[in-house]
Design a protein around this ligand. Structure first.
Ligand code: ZN
Length: 183
C-alpha cells in the first residue's frame, strides 16, 4: 500500500474492514502527513455534512406560499385600480367631448361658466358613484380572475375609448373641414 491510497481512504469516508483499518492505523503512526490530514478532516467533515443538510426554518414553505399569495393579490389589486383608472379616463374624455363643443354655442361667458361648473359637479358625482361601484366590484369579484383577462379588458376598453374619442371629437371636425374645403 502506498501513501496516496491511505489518503483516499481517509477522505472517501468509506467503511474499512478490520484488516484495512489496522493497516491505516499502522500507516498513521509512521506518516505525519496522513495524521494531519485525518485530524483536519475529522474537524471539517461534520461542518460540511451539516451545511449540506440544513433544514429550512419551521413553517418556511407555508410563509413562502403566503407571501406569494399576498404578492399576487397586491398585483391583481394594482391592475384592477389601473382598469378603473382607464374607466375614469374614459369618463373624462366623454366629459371633454361633451363640454368643449358646447362652449361656442352658449350665449354668454357667464352662462357657459355656469354650465361648465354644473357639468363638472355632476361628473364628480358620477365619479364618486363609479368609485362606490368599483369598491363593490372589487369586493365581490374574486381575485381568482386571471391577470391576463384584466389586461385584455383594460386594453380593449382603452382602445375603444380612443376610437370613441376620435369618432366623437375628431371625425366631425375632419368632415366639417373637408366640406368647407369643397363646398
Ligand atoms: Zn501517509
Amino acid at each position: 500500500m502506498n501513501h496516496s491510497s491511505y489518503e483516499e481512504w481517509l477522505l472517501s469516508g468509506e467503511e474499512l474492514d478490520q484488516e484495512q483499518s489496522q493497516a491505516l492505523q499502522n500507516h498513521l503512526q509512521s506518516c505525519p502527513d496522513c495524521t494531519n490530514l485525518q485530524k483536519s478532516w475529522s474537524q471539517l467533515e461534520p461542518i460540511l455534512s451539516a451545511s449540506t443538510q440544513v433544514d429550512p426554518a419551521p413553517g418556511f414553505t407555508q410563509r413562502w406560499k403566503d407571501n406569494l399569495a399576498l404578492r399576487r393579490a397586491q398585483q391583481q389589486r394594482k391592475i384592477t385600480w389601473r382598469f378603473l383608472g382607464f374607466l375614469l379616463a374614459g369618463a373624462l374624455i366623454f366629459f371633454l367631448a361633451l363640454v368643449i363643443p358646447q362652449l361656442g354655442s352658449l350665449p354668454t361667458p357667464i352662462g357657459s361658466l355656469d354650465w361648465i361648473v354644473f357639468s363638472f359637479i355632476s361628473i364628480l358625482a358620477g365619479i364618486g358613484e363609479l368609485q362606490e361601484y368599483g369598491w363593490i366590484f372589487l369586493s365581490s369579484v374574486p381575485l381568482i380572475v386571471p391577470i391576463s383577462i384584466w389586461i385584455i379588458l383594460a386594453y380593449s376598453l382603452f382602445s375603444w375609448s380612443c376610437i370613441w374619442f376620435f369618432s366623437i371629437w375628431k371625425l366631425p371636425a375632419l368632415i366639417r373641414s373637408k366640406n368647407e374645403a369643397h363646398p
